[in-house]
Design a protein around this ligand. Structure first.
Ligand SMILES: C[S@@+](CC[C@H](N)C(=O)[O-])C[C@H]1O[C@@H](n2cnc3c(N)ncnc32)[C@H](O)[C@@H]1O
Length: 325
């Protein structure tokens, strides 16, 4: 997956002339802070150099993960066409770009971001979007949400891991109260990210939400540590992306996990593929999340006819109309 061309060009222009060593140093510091899930009272994207490093090293991957989450949601809520959006912890506006690409109907957006440097760069990038002029609020979500109007689509992407754990659930419920149709929460596809999504999911189910994706059920998740649910998106690395990360390979795999909660009942698939399918000659092995909340391995061979033909096209993350029975 690649960034939309207008966004890619706008990022290249913003990064033009920034010394490579500065970008590399800031990207390394960001990566350490994210890995350590450091909560020292400072925002990770506290200054312009950190935001520019994020544009080069992280935004292509978070865009790919958010866009892939929206695609799964499109499959289960085909009639969803949001006009308004609220994005909390917007950073440089990643979720807005992904939402506008997925739903061109989107015409109003409120972007809430605590870091003035991130908001300034997000605003500059968003000026390249057509048919939408988002409002940027530079404020902390814990203080500013009371004055914010509700929206068709509400998003919180790669933010929960920056918040004090005790503030996550109140924020999720506050965002659900501001959601007219769908709330999407995306996190890194790590065991810790999955646990945060499970907590958000439980709070949303208790609040009466329909789970629209990725789970094909509303039961408790049956996966147990050391296993965890996540998906992956391959991201093309631009030249500046490669140079910033000192990387040789022209792509990387972004692991992510998300939950989409809806006010209306989704059209859920029977099962979802929750690991890369294993292909052998004439045989496929799939790990499926099933309608009763359990997961199971299913081997499908050519003898299974139509089910085999359907399963052969399936990728990690796809919904399927077959179960392990
Ligand atoms: C990892 S970035 C994610 C940016 C964007 N959502 C994305 O997915 O690429 C997290 C963002 O959340 C912002 N943030 C963290 N805590 C916040 C809070 N309490 N209120 C508003 N924004 C916050 C940070 O400043 C940062 O820009």
């Amino acid at each position: 997956m690649e960034l939309p061309p207008r966004l890619r060009i706008a990022i290249e222009e913003l990064l033009h002339g920034v010394p490579l060593a500065e970008l590399q140093g800031a990207a390394a510091r960001l990566s350490q802070r994210y890995r350590a899930e450091l909560r020292d009272g400072k925002l990770h994207l506290s200054d312009e150099t950190a935001v520019k490093a994020y544009l080069a090293a992280r935004m292509p991957a978070t865009f790919a993960a958010i866009r892939a989450s929206f695609s799964m949601l499109e499959d289960t809520l085909a009639e969803f066409e949001p006009r308004t959006m609220l994005d909390v912890g917007s950073g440089p506006g990643t979720a807005l770009w992904a939402a506008k690409q997925c739903w061109p109907t989107l015409s109003n957006a409120t972007m809430l971001e605590a870091s003035p440097s991130a908001a300034r760069i997000g605003r500059a990038l968003a000026s390249q979007l057509v048919d939408i002029a988002p409002i940027w609020l530079e404020a902390d979500a814990s203080k500013a949400l009371e004055a914010v109007a509700d929206s068709d689509l509400v998003t919180l992407c790669y933010v929960l891991d920056e918040l004090p754990p005790q503030s996550s659930q109140p924020l999720v419920l506050q965002l659900w109260a501001l959601t007219r149709s769908v709330l999407v929460i995306v996190e890194p596809g790590t065991p810790a990210g999955w646990r945060r999504i499970l907590e958000a999911r439980a709070a949303l189910v208790d609040a009466g939400a329909h789970i629209a994706a990725p789970c094909p059920h509303h039961a408790d998740c049956a996966l147990m540590a050391p296993d965890w649910c996540h998906f992956s998106r391959r991201v093309a690395r631009s030249r500046v992306h490669r140079m910033t990360k000192n990387a040789e390979v022209p792509w990387e795999d972004e692991k992510y996990i998300f939950i989409a909660a809806s006010r209306t009942a989704p059209n859920l698939p029977v099962s979802r593929v929750i690991a890369p399918p294993l292909q052998q000659k004439g045989r496929l092995e799939l790990k499926l999340c099933e309608p009763d909340g359990h997961f199971a391995f299913r081997t499908i061979s050519k003898k299974d006819g139509e089910a085999y033909r359907e399963a052969r096209r399936a990728d990690w993350g796809d919904g399927l109309d077959i179960t392990s029975q």
